[in-house]
Write a protein that binds this ligand. Sequence first.
Ligand code: 5AD
Ligand code: SF4
Length: 435
Amino acid sequence: MEKTFYIKTLGCQMNVHDSEKIAGILEGQGYRAAAEQDGADLVVINTCSIREKADQKFFSELGKICRTKAEKPDLQVAVAGCIAQQQGRRIRSRFPQVDLVFGPQNIPRLPDLLRNARGRPVATDENPDFHLETVPTRRREVFRAWVSIMYGCDNFCSYCIVPHTRGRERSRPVVDIISEITGLASNGCIEVTLLGQNVNSYGKGLMDGAAFPELLEKVAQIERLKRIRFVTSHPKDLSPELIGSYQRLAKLCSHIHLPLQSGSDRILERMNRRYTVNQYREKVGWLRAARPDIAITTDIIVGFPGETQADFDRTMALVREVGYDGIFAFKYSKRPHTQAVRFDDHVSEEEKAIRLDEVLSVQEDIGEIRNQALVGSKQSVLVEGHVPNETGWLSGRTSGNKIVHFEAPEDVIGNLVSVQITEGYRFSLKGNLIS
Ligand code: 5AD
Ligand code: SF4
């Protein structure tokens, strides 16, 4: 009988996309996706290690699954993702029930690992030679897709574990990316999100010498494709050419995620971010000049080692000044192997919690004001699906990546429609279908 698999994905979009690749491989190996974890023959946990909390969540999840295995010895358990990469050996010794462990750079080896599962393999080679782009991808939706354009990161921000789990920065050749997106578009994909830890530095080390704005130009020429997004940008690499893409390319959505992390130059320097608040501010100005309706979202870390009240106040001032459409804010979390663990002036957990609450609550008001300003406007919306528990209501995203709820027949799912915005809330919009 056909074996079934279930993948539990924790963490970022990169992981979600990696899970699509893991699913693609498993289907190629004769497995079938199970609707739920209970009853699946193979459970894969795709882990995240960006902050300690994600780490803890995984270990409690794994404990639960391993207990299930006591009653169901045939169940296979695989651990993938960033924790697998960093703590493969530890997982193996603490949880002998785990059958395979493989890091994000070792996904292409999965067929091999499955064949040799009896030996309980741990695959965490760094910067291996095999290529993720050759792996089949199992995407759940036809109308939108994630496409990796680069892997890894070379920035070594002092708090960040990613360069240690995802390896050195590698860009995919332009022709491969274009051919993947052309294929997707001919199957009905109308929106792509180009993925990388720092897409702005795309092209470094490539033979064909193309930089990110040129890649965007080529993607925009794919006729049936209607929308292009990308994540994530590093402010230091956001060039005037790339900002100019917002002027030149109508298909480029009116949104940028531009992680600020801190509004204090002193902290930015300790974070090894390599830009100043003034440079960041200047780029925001250029972006708004190039695309006046651009939505800007960001990431903020509160309580980085050495962050004083005055440093935090500078972050708050910048949050107010920029007027973000949304922020993700995190309490600083110590990560192994990063430079910041060696800094000794750590901010207390209580103080971090106070700062986090403050930045999130100020942003809620700013977000609401920004969303209310859209009331009366007509937005192009890509319809994604049903609003849970609200019969007849659908949900989609504007070009600015804002969620809109509106009443419409379900056959518009997967299409671009026009919606007149009637209400603006803290985290979403409401509107009426026009066409
Ligand atoms: N502690 C808290 N937040 C972190 N991030 C990355 N590393 C850490 C850490 N050690 C945040 C950053 C990054 C986002 C993806 O996660 O804000 O932009
Ligand atoms: Fe981490 Fe910095 Fe690289 Fe982003 S740019 S993945 S924060 S090291």
